[in-house]
Design a protein around this ligand. Structure first.
Ligand code: SF4
Length: 324
């Protein structure tokens, strides 16, 4: 046990600013087991920025936003990938690693954006707007990606839209991301009416109140927030861009208008920055826990499978994005 204890003690040093000492013992058994299981099964854990710090900083091998996870998933050499994130992310990892076992610890870890549109909806849009390219946010099912011309993330959406060299695109399914991108480009954007249930709840009033309560605070927001929110912040970008902004600009006080765990994960690396924390939890991201990651590795569940014909077409849309 001394090796195990020193292993988790070193990990706790990393997260002590965001995990109270009283909570830590509840995590150490699962962390020890997961570290051993990863070695036994030649497995890696990919964790999204919205995962809790004991997952993000203590057991994950690769962390980042959707774009980074998709990119890095292609370079993984393990036999097994556990996706600590939501279902569409696990599907994307499977698309890019068809020969590997990809596990999602909870199949109910969904996404309001992914649930807002079906493959049939996309086919109807194509009939309604013939010849207009369909740019689909990665926050969608493989079946929806398969009906699309190219994917995008919040980090590369503008570049993807402009790379197509056309005057008009259809952008699915996030209405606010589409409107926020439309405000930055000459390309005309037709939007769908999907929303992220976490980011749609932020309002301009929230920002004004924050500025009043915390004078001098720097406000960052994810582009899934409504345009009237993005219009009032100091910077808007993907989770990776927000993290980079904090690292480079070192604001004295900052608030991240996004999912709650994001501030915790960024705060670990920036002890000199004060994080103000009004935030919204994503109930889907929070379905992933150390305990169900451990069970996923112990019992090889839940294996992500995609119909090969759908996977082929969806993979093309993702790979086309990665080439931009
Ligand atoms: S934060 Fe929003 S976009 Fe991300 S998984 Fe949750 S519901 Fe979906």
């Amino acid at each position: 046990m001394p090796i195990a204890s020193s292993r988790t003690a070193a990990l706790y040093d990393r997260v002590r600013r965001v995990i109270p000492p009283i909570e830590w013992p509840a995590f150490t058994g699962d962390i020890e087991a997961i570290l051993d299981l990863k070695r036994q099964r030649n497995a890696v854990i990919l964790a999204h920025n919205y995962q809790t710090p004991e997952i993000f900083h203590c057991v994950a091998d690769i962390v980042g936003d959707s774009l980074a996870l998709a990119r890095k998933a292609m370079t993984v050499e393990a036999d097994v990938i556990v996706l600590a994130g939501v279902h569409f992310m696990a599907e994307t990892a499977k698309l890019l690693n068809p020969d590997k076992t990809v596990l999602i610890p909870d199949t109910q870890a969904g996404c309001s954006l992914a649930d807002s549109i079906t493959a049939k909806d996309v086919r109807l849009l194509r009939q309604r707007y013939p010849g207009i390219p369909i740019v689909t946010y990665v926050n969608t099912s493989a079946a929806v990606k398969a009906e699309s011309d190219i994917c995008c993330t919040s980090g590369n959406a503008k570049a993807v839209v402009e790379a197509l060299g056309v005057p008009q695109v259809i952008m699915l399914p996030d209405e606010y991301l589409a409107q926020n991108i439309a405000a930055q480009t000459a390309v005309k954007v037709i939007a769908w009416k999907g929303h992220c249930e976490v980011h749609e709840r932020f309002t301009p009033t929230d920002i004004r109140q924050l500025r009043e309560d915390h004078p001098g605070v720097t406000v960052l927001a994810h582009p899934e927030c409504p345009p009237e929110v993005v219009a009032e912040v100091d910077f808007s970008g993907s989770t990776a861009a927000m993290s980079d902004y904090v690292g480079q600009q070192r604001p004295a006080r900052v608030v991240l208008m996004t999912e709650c765990s994001m501030s915790d994960n960024v705060a670990v690396d920036h002890p000199d920055v004060e994080f103000i924390r009004p935030c919204n939890l994503c109930p889907h991201m929070k379905r992933i826990t150390l305990t169900n990651i451990r069970t996923a590795l112990e019992q090889n569940r839940h294996v992500v499978a995609i119909d090969p014909e759908i996977a082929g077409r969806a993979r093309r849309a993702v790979e086309r994005m990665l080439a931009v």
